[in-house]
Design a protein around this ligand. Structure first.
Ligand SMILES: NC(=O)c1ccc[n+]([C@@H]2O[C@H](COP(=O)([O-])OP(=O)(O)OC[C@H]3O[C@@H](n4cnc5c(N)ncnc54)[C@H](O)[C@@H]3O)[C@@H](O)[C@H]2O)c1
Length: 270
């Protein structure tokens, strides 16, 4: 069902890797809602070619960019304005990766070069995206920029490792740049804190299945799916949320405000 709430809007969507990706589902919905956008991902992720079928379906151009490279980002923003025929109304940063998590390093034995990579890819890249958008003057007034995060920024989830620090950086950038961009151009910047979701990035965290089940039982509405998340993102890109900025928005079925649930008690007293 479409209400065309993004009709006439232009944007960039980072991070669609495969059909499970939150960014992939978001692209499908944005297309359904009348938006025009460019799809982007790191060159290495594009090599698998899966994104081509999404691009075809959405009538979208693919422009490669490593989100840690200012050069790539500058080209991306400049080319996107050319391809889409004007400035942008929305940007989705749906990017996360930790070499320490990927390679199974324990939190007491982190590789610090990798730690810095985690921070750069999963946190600082959001600043790079925002700063490049500002320097290339790529955003329209009242635009909306979003990044995806996880509650491990506030509470400890041991296997999330150095990604917890990256998400804290990411959320802090949304507040600081949100202030700046509001003053400059009435642009809003927010993070959405999403439930555990079965995607490539999600299931890279060890013990993810247990993690997923626990969150599901601790959330009175259950875990929010990738599709639910895409719907929320579309609303945040629409004109219905023009005064929401500098927020970390919980999209987690009630997890973050639950102390304990009957489902968890039932599990523990089995
Ligand atoms: N899956 C979950 O459980 C969950 C929960 C909360 C938040 N999130 C966040 O949602 C976002 C999207 O992840 P997902 O779950 O859809 O998984 P995903 O693996 O489908 O997406 C992660 C994306 O990051 C991209 N990426 C990695 N390094 C990059 C770089 N240098 N430059 C550009 N892109 C790069 C990958 O190619 C991939 O497309 C991430 O920020 C993730 O941390 C995920």
């Amino acid at each position: 069902m479409s209400n065309n709430i993004l009709k006439g809007k232009r944007g960039i969507i980072f991070g669609a890797l495969n059909e499970d990706s939150i960014a992939w589902k978001t692209a499908l919905k944005a297309h359904e809602e009348g938006a025009q956008f460019v799809l982007t991902n790191a060159p290495i992720a594009l090599r698998m070619g899966e994104i081509n079928k999404l691009a075809e379906h959405c009538n979208a151009e693919i422009i490669p960019a490593d989100a840690t490279s200012i050069e790539d980002l500058t080209t991306l923003f400049e080319k996107s304005m050319e391809v889409l025929g004007g400035k942008l109304d929305f940007v989705l940063h749906s990017i996360g990766m930790s070499p320490n998590v990927r390679k199974g390093k324990s939190y007491g034995d982190l590789n610090y070069d990798w730690f810095l990579k985690t921070l750069d890819i999963s946190g600082v890249s959001f600043h790079k995206v925002l700063q490049t958008a500002e320097k290339t003057d790529a955003m329209n007034e009242w635009g909306s920029v979003l990044a995806l995060t996880y509650i491990a920024a506030q509470r400890t989830f041991p296997d999330y490792s150095d990604m917890a620090q990256a998400k804290s950086v990411l959320e802090s950038i949304a507040r600081s740049y949100g202030y700046r961009f509001a003053k400059l151009k009435n642009i809003r910047v927010n993070t959405i804190s999403q439930s555990p979701t079965m995607t490539t990035a999600g299931s890279g965290v060890s013990g993810f299945d247990a993690f997923f089940d626990y969150a599901d039982k601790m959330s009175p509405l259950g875990n929010a799916s990738a599709e639910d998340c895409a719907n929320y993102i579309i609303m945040m890109f629409s004109d219905y949320t023009r005064m929401v900025t500098m927020q970390n928005l919980m999209h987690d079925g009630g997890f973050s405000n639950s102390g304990i649930t009957e489902d968890i008690i039932a599990q523990l007293t089995k």
